[in-house]
Write a protein that binds this ligand. Structure first.
Ligand SMILES: [Zn+2]
Length: 358
């Protein structure tokens, strides 16, 4: 069973086709844009196009062996990586990482290529980066080139003691082998490691027009996969909720909740202790750690926006305080990735916000 087709992004597809035809497609790309608009699907489409045996004027032929493999996520030269839960073994072997991705890809195939955004606890750990570097160094299996799609690339985690693999990855982006294309995607380009951002050519994927969202939602493969989610029955209501990003439908509940709480935390920095204490309790043990990480992600996004707005308004002090609050959130994320109680981290963060008033 293939994954659901790519909908929309017509102008971006035309640009990509044109640069392939001219032979000017950059070897390392970054597709950025709002969460849920289909960036990874677009990257997979590009991979299918690059590997297609007889590409047509509008894209891959969709009929050759290579296209069939690509659409069934089984092409040995189309590699897809994305955030995964932290491995149980602190230093897994490359085979273990590979097996984990085989399982993960099967899951994505079972749901026709429709999947929720990663939880805040999932990341692209250094062993995965190591595996990418190793596979990039090998000759293609059936085609004449290899394509790597790395989704949610801002979740790539720099780890101490693994500079070698990290540097090898940077080198891969900077001086890729002539038969290798690397496509990163992110909905948070500001959170991408600067060493990576400076080495890739950025392309923006915009929200889809309503007609494309509707066509996607009416695709039988999508309809089937979406049955697993609690969504409004009417297509019109779904189109409205998606707001140009059908993938956002898969997370609207928890992400909206996380954003609401993040907003409350920021306003709490302007109120009294009791309010802060009450919010601190919201991260009690009954809440999943994943939700806490989503709240921290929402705080980063809100504070980045705030810092930018203040800077635009000429409020340098306000921009500086918002930027310091971003750093406090980053520190909290680091503590949350260890074994510290979310409630303790949340309360400490609220105290910092009270001082910074971001
Ligand atoms: Zn083809």
């Amino acid at each position: 069973m293939p994954i659901v087709d790519l909908y929309g992004h017509e102008s971006l597809r035309a640009r990509l086709r044109a640069s392939i035809n001219r032979g000017t497609l950059p070897a390392s790309l970054l597709i950025h844009g709002p969460r849920g608009v289909g960036k990874q699907r677009l990257a997979l489409w590009l991979g299918q196009l690059l590997l297609c045996e007889s590409p047509g004027p509008h894209g891959p032929c969709a009929a050759c062996r290579s296209c069939r493999y690509s659409r069934e996520l089984g092409h040995p030269d189309l590699h897809w990586y994305f955030p995964r839960p932290r491995p149980k073994d602190a230093d897994p072997s490359l085979d273990e990482v590979k097996d984990d991705f085989i399982d993960a890809i099967h899951e994505r195939l079972d749901s026709n290529g429709i999947y929720p955004p990663p939880s805040g606890l999932e990341g692209i750990f250094i062993r995965t980066v190591h595996l990418v570097v190793q596979q990039a160094g090998m000759t293609p299996t059936i085609g004449s080139r290899k394509v790597f799609v790395i989704g949610d690339a801002e979740r790539m985690i720099a780890q101490e003691g693994s500079e070698q693999a990290a540097n090898a990855f940077l080198k891969l982006l900077e001086e890729p082998l002539p038969d290798t294309t690397v496509v990163l995607t992110t909905s948070e380009p500001a959170a991408l490691l600067p060493t990576i951002r400076s080495r890739v050519i950025g392309l923006r994927a915009n929200p889809l027009p309503e007609s494309d969202v509707r066509a996607f939602l009416e695709d039988p493969l999508a309809t089937k996969a979406l049955q697993a989610y609690q969504l409004p029955k009417s297509v019109e209501e779904r189109v409205r909720l998606a707001n140009g990003a059908p993938g956002a439908l898969l997370s609207s509940g928890t992400i909206a909740e996380a954003h609401a709480l993040a907003n409350e935390m920021l306003s709490a920095s302007h109120t009294g202790d009791a309010e802060r204490f009450r919010l601190g309790l919201a991260f009690g043990s009954s809440k999943a750690r994943g939700f806490f990480s989503d709240v921290l992600d929402a705080l980063t996004a809100l504070l980045h926006d705030r810092a930018r707005d203040r800077a635009t308004e000429g409020d340098d002090d306000g921009a500086r305080r918002a930027a310091m609050a971003v750093r406090a959130v980053e520190k909290a994320k680091f503590r949350a990735s260890g074994n510290v109680n979310p409630q303790l981290i949340g309360s400490a963060l609220l105290r910092e916000f009270a001082e910074l008033r971001p």
